[in-house]
Design a protein around this ligand. Structure first.
Ligand code: NAD
Length: 480
């Protein structure tokens, strides 16, 4: 049976949450902190049967939850958000300790956003049934009906943000959910279950099954009773899930990795671009939307490099629980081995190290913010997502080359473009990604679409796009 996990004044239940109750498992898995690799405790590992129980509970709860209507669901969801807010300190401890996320970002950014992810969709679901199309022949009442049981599968790099981003619209539009949290960072999801319980969400509406991807995740996506699968994670896992979703004809939303361009045009405010460039190392670049391929106009290359190097040298690398820290640890020994492998192979292939390049003195799982130049378009370090603080810098001669280089990737998630505003906007419009920031980075308005092209994913979530995914659209046709 799983235990509770004690963290700096906080007790976290490490069992599942199924049909409104805590349920343990005979099997457990160990969770470690990336801060210092200390063992945090054991978390229950759901069996295939327990996953089936969670889907059954969600299926049983679905008709009554759907029948409440958006107005009836809103008070529950507002309370859910309030209960998340009440757990701010516990959530900070959970994600700083198991995911290595920055405490400052959690307290001031991620937790308020997690609450908004619930309240925003609860509010906006009120307008879901107001789509009416009038033609000569008929009135079309276009309904957004809830789909049923939704599987929510999230990665370790920002579990609370990504889980609430999906759970908010799924529940607000009348679905019930089974969440499979990431096994390297499972603790905040357990606190979400406490919040859902305290908010009085009816049993079965919100369920959590902890466990590995290979056992628990695989059992969940294989369940033929699912109405939707919303997945954020890596390309290989997405291929596995998409094959099963395809066989079962279950719509799947896939938010995947990236190798996003960070373009610096010759007419850019170089200081602003360099300051933003240094932010790419936040969360040790374990951020899907970070710009990781720097494409810099030849004429300003040296000055930009000097300025960015200066900003990077001032970054505080260390314990994410220290509010002054800007770059925390890499999540897991396996992940840092992957990062080291990319770095060694890049060096062996002749890449020039502009800064960084090795393990940081803060500890075994900390890696120096690193930048490589002297790389070619076919190099592994230019083409593959590292998911660690290792960036590459290339130069371009003119706008056409900048756009060509930006688009020379199998990915298409995000991008950044610094330059005189009209110029930068014109370039940004030609870059093939799901989103791109002009003279800025990281603005994620909840009403705006989010998702990627190519191997960065299928589908969009955010605002009305979330409702399009989590609902079945029905046209009720009334002739005139
Ligand atoms: P991952 O694909 O290894 O795991 C993601 C989740 O899928 C985990 O919960 C895991 O347990 C589960 N899983 C694994 N195998 C499964 C299976 N066979 N069936 C069902 N579930 C399974 O990804 P990760 O390493 O946790 O996350 C890093 C990746 O996520 C990076 O590629 C990153 O770019 C991407 N990411 C994308 C976004 C986005 O919004 N586009 C956001 C964050 C992270």
């Amino acid at each position: 049976m799983a235990e509770t996990i004690a963290l700096e004044g906080v007790e976290i239940n490490s069992s599942h949450y199924i049909n409104g109750e805590r349920v343990g498992s005979d099997e457990t898995f160990e969770v470690f902190s990336p801060i210092d690799q200390r063992k945090l405790g054991h978390v229950a590992q759901a069996s295939t049967e327990q996953v089936g129980d969670a889907v059954s509970a969600a299926l049983a709860a679905f008709p009554a939850w759907a029948a409440l209507g958006a107005e009836g669901r809103k008070p529950y969801l507002d309370r859910f958000a309030e209960e998340i807010g009440k757990r701010t300190e516990a959530l900070c401890q959970a994600e700083a300790n198991d995911a290595g996320l920055l405490l400052s970002r959690l307290r001031h950014g991620i937790i308020p956003r997690a609450m908004l992810n619930i309240t925003y969709f609860a509010e906006h679901a009120l307008q879901l049934q107001e789509n009416v199309i009038e033609t000569k022949q008929a009135t079309h009442r276009v309904r957004h009906d809830p789909a049923g049981v939704c599987a929510i599968i999230t990665p370790w790099n920002s579990p609370l943000m990504l889980t609430t981003w999906k759970v908010g619209p799924a529940l607000a539009s009348g679905n019930t959910v089974v969440v499979k949290p990431p096994e390297w960072a499972p603790l905040s999801s357990s606190l979400l279950a406490d919040a859902a319980h305290a908010a009085g969400l009816p049993a079965g509406v919100f369920n959590i099954v902890q466990g590995s991807g290979a056992v628990t995740g695989a059992a969940l996506v294989a369940d033929q009773r699912l109405a939707r699968i919303s997945f954020t994670g890596s390309v290989p896992t997405a291929r596995t899930i998409a094959a099963i979703a395809g066989a079962n004809l279950v719509p799947a939303s896939l938010e995947l990795g990236g190798k996003s361009p960070f373009i610096v045009l010759a007419d850019a405010d170089l200081d602003a671009a360099a300051a933003t460039g240094a932010l790419m190392y936040r969360n040790a670049t374990q951020v899907c939307l970070a710009g990781t391929r720097f494409l810099v106009a030849e004429s300003v290359r040296d000055e930009f490099v000097e300025r960015m190097k200066d900003y990077v040298s001032k970054l505080r690398v260390g314990d994410p629980r220290d509010e002054a820290t800007e770059v925390g640890p890499i999540i897991h020994p396996r992940q840092i081995e992957k990062v080291k492998g990319y770095v060694e192979r890049a060096k062996a292939a002749g890449a020039q190290t502009l800064w960084g390049g090795g393990v940081h003195s803060a500890g075994e799982l900390y890696f120096e913010p690193t930048m490589f130049a002297g790389v070619g378009p076919e190099d592994e370090i230019v083409r593959e997502e590292v998911f660690g603080p290792v960036l590459v810098l290339q130069t371009f001669a003119d706008d056409d080359e900048a756009v060509r280089m930006a688009n020379d990737t199998v990915y298409g998630l995000g991008g950044v473009c610094y330059g005189e505003e009209a110029h930068a906007t014109a370039i940004a419009e030609q870059v093939r990604t799901g989103f791109i920031w002009v003279n800025s980075f990281g603005i994620r308005d909840i009403a705006a679409p989010f998702g990627g092209r190519g191997q960065s994913g299928i589908g969009r979530e955010g605002g009305e796009w979330s409702f399009e995914f989590f609902c079945d659209i029905k046209d009720v046709v009334i002739p005139k």
